[in-house]
Design a protein around this ligand. Structure first.
Ligand code: ZN
Ligand code: ZN
Length: 229
């Protein structure tokens, strides 16, 4: 049996992590139902954050296994920047496990998973699309098909870092488009889950949700490994 990748002491239990380290991970336990923003544990009763109340996003719910904190932030960085696909598989398994324990997901499962598209250039540079690798693991563990050919990404959104916030939104909206295959297939699905590695501002998830709803999906939800506070 392999040793735990975090403490290197105990035997691994799941995804190369021991039971003790698993319990210590920053699980996202109290969160906004719609965007998964971690909420203070004192604020019970309220299940939607102020931001979602004042301007509701296009997706109906978001679930993330973790808050984007140590050591999950390091594990995700290792997966994305150090070309470590097995780490992505481990993170995907942990997300699948947390989704399996979520009764609202079990009662209303999506019929399709769509990973957030990555442009060809970054896929070539890294060797894979991180979101797609997570989506593939979820697809296997939850027995839900994952399809990456319904949405394509144009190259222009690579320049996001140099833009102002309003410019970013316009740029983002123009970055994605539904493919011909997507136009004919999407109306066949009632509920679609968008999958990403980390949800930060929700801007990408929101843009994709709007496109999928306009293309004929009835409900879009979001799944990611971690959510930034
Ligand atoms: Zn451990
Ligand atoms: Zn929210």
């Amino acid at each position: 049996m392999p040793k735990c990748m975090l403490c290197q002491l105990k035997n691994a239990y799941i995804s190369n992590i021991c039971l003790h380290c698993l319990e210590d991970l920053p699980w996202n336990r109290q969160f906004c139902n719609q965007c998964a923003l971690p909420l203070p544990t004192t604020s019970d009763q309220q299940d939607v954050c102020g931001q979602c109340l004042s301007s509701p996003p296009f997706f109906s719910t978001t679930r993330t296994a973790f808050c984007y904190q140590f050591p999950i932030d390091r594990l995700i960085a290792n997966f994305k920047d150090q070309q470590n696909p097995p780490m992505g598989k481990a993170l995907g398994q942990l997300l699948a496990q947390s989704l399996s324990n979520d009764s609202s997901i079990q009662n209303n499962p999506p019929e399709l998973i769509i990973p957030v598209p990555s442009h060809r250039n970054s896929v070539n540079r890294r060797g894979y699309n991180p979101a797609q690798l997570i989506a593939n693991t979820l697809s296997k563990q939850l027995s839900i098909p994952s399809v990456s050919s319904f949405i394509s990404k144009r190259n222009q959104s690579e320049q996001q870092k140099n833009l102002s916030a309003p410019e970013r939104l316009v740029n983002l909206a123009n970055a994605f488009s539904i493919t011909k295959k997507g136009i004919t297939s999407i109306p066949n699905y009632y509920r679609i889950a968008i999958v990403d590695d980390v949800v930060t501002t929700c801007a990408t998830a929101n843009t994709l949700s709007k496109l999928l709803l306009e293309a004929g999906a009835q409900d879009v939800i979001v799944w990611a490994v971690a959510r930034t506070p």
